[in-house]
Design a protein around this ligand. Sequence first.
Ligand code: FAD
Length: 420
Amino acid sequence: MGSTGMGFESKRVAVVGGGLGGMAFMNAALFAGLKNVQCYEQAHQFGEVGAGVDISANANRILDTFGLQESLLRCSSPQLPYYMQYHSYQTGEYLAHIEEFSKPHARLIHRAHLLDSLKKPVPGDHLHLQKRLAVIDRNTSPDAAPYTLHFEDGTTVDADIVIGCDGIKSRVRRELGFGDSPKYSGQVVYRGFVEYEDLPEETSKLLRNVVNFRGPKRHILCLPIGNPFTQTDRIGDSENWMARADIETLHEHVKDWCPQVQDVIEGLHKGSSDGRMMKQALYVRDPIAKWFEIKESQNNAGILLLGDAVHSTLPHQGQGVCMAIESGIALATILTHWKNDDLHAAFQFYQDLRKPRTDRVTKTSFEAGKLASSDDPDHFSENFNPDALMERMKWIMEYNVLDDLKVKGAEYMDFHDSRV
Ligand SMILES: Cc1cc2nc3c(=O)[nH]c(=O)nc-3n(C[C@H](O)[C@H](O)[C@H](O)COP(=O)(O)OP(=O)(O)OC[C@H]3O[C@@H](n4cnc5c(N)ncnc54)[C@H](O)[C@@H]3O)c2cc1C
């Protein structure tokens, strides 16, 4: 850390959950210079399922700062002309688009490849599998560590700071006393993968772009994930176990839609051995007023939430992972560079920096879901027109969390000798 400060760089930090949020935090911790961070994942291997994610400039900027640009570009889609284009569900004709505003451009990438890229730089002895958190003890003895994490395999670890990156069903969130459950949004997604060679030429050409066929109360969103040159635009058999719905169930919803959508349905059939695909209900949590606790009578130990555990959102702006990446670098930087040993102040600063933005993304993602489909899908409205769409994502993509952090945190952090 800055040589004059106190910070928390040597504290024992336990990260619960090694998904995209937890692994992004591990990269942030390495980059910022936290010295003693361990990640505990419940699964028997690090893995992500569920096809592609769209990582926008606000997060790519951070990933590039970590030095991941080359590795990510190897498995990301090439640069696309637009962030998203909307087409008529009836005719397939172009309606409008959202501009790709800022650099680096959006990367469409299979989740497993993104996780691999994030995992690679993290030393293996910082990552622990088959560690499902059961309970956290708050120790009262002055000789004991502030927290002891108990895992379901009977093992324990001590920690000064616990970061809950354990997703929307977060166990750590429950440990903080929140008895709420994720709420069903009323929305369901079908997720599947189509090979370009299984599409007619014209449709294959069109779907090299991000295309949303905007229909009444439903839409079909096609993302060209991965990079053909490194064959990362294929996903092999890894998704098979997820199949949960007949492709024909999806087809029923879009039977009378344009020929391009029928091509997609046919492509799904060609790529599926059992005629099934993934179906997922979308859940969200309401924003909460406090993201952390500080250990009673010990102001340098605490528990805090990050990623879907605290700022889950509907996926309609593609920001869940992106927000976790932003939150990760913000938190790691604060913990490393904080000028004194007041963890409450550091956590509060983190929450004050992140919460207004993540609450706003959550709210606008809900609205974006409404725009993605419509009762009057082929017509422009006050909110759905080329100009309004161009503006929609601008504030999200152009944001630079490190710049914001440095300005707002100048008084509280010491960036002397910092890589940030
Ligand atoms: C349909 C859909 C499309 C999306 N598209 C995008 C997109 O384009 N762009 C984008 O940025 N975001 C997108 N998202 C959002 C994104 O998937 C999530 O925001 C992101 O995966 C959250 O990461 P996380 O690490 O916080 O949680 P998770 O991915 O849920 O990871 C939590 C991890 O914690 C582990 N865990 C859970 N409980 C325990 C425990 N008790 N002990 C130890 N480990 C535990 C889990 O095994 C898991 O590995 C999309 C989401 C959906 C549903």
